[in-house]
Design a protein. Sequence first.
Length: 118
Amino acid sequence: QVQLAESGGGLVQAGGSLRLSCAVSAFSLSALGWFRQAPGKEREFVAIINWNGATTYTTSVKGRFTISRDNAKNTLYLQMNSLKPEDTAVYYCAAGRYTIRVTDYDSWGQGTQVTVSS
């Protein structure tokens, strides 16, 4: 099973930026994704990237977040700009099929907290 480990979370003011990283034990033809879970809410898809670089974003982050993968470094990234308080959540990276459904991803990191203050 693929091992994943996120880093880069923290506290930032609204309008600021953060870059999340996810170290992946074995890059393959799996799709990789970023998901988030706010207190009291279900885990939701944020952005996904396929092995060929194709990407999909949830509507609320389009134009602000960018997902990318460095195959040479076995690392997945999420660049987050123009952050808003509603982006506050625990962010998880995951490996699985190229879909937006949480249940289609079978390997998960431990999560990293992102807090955006107003």
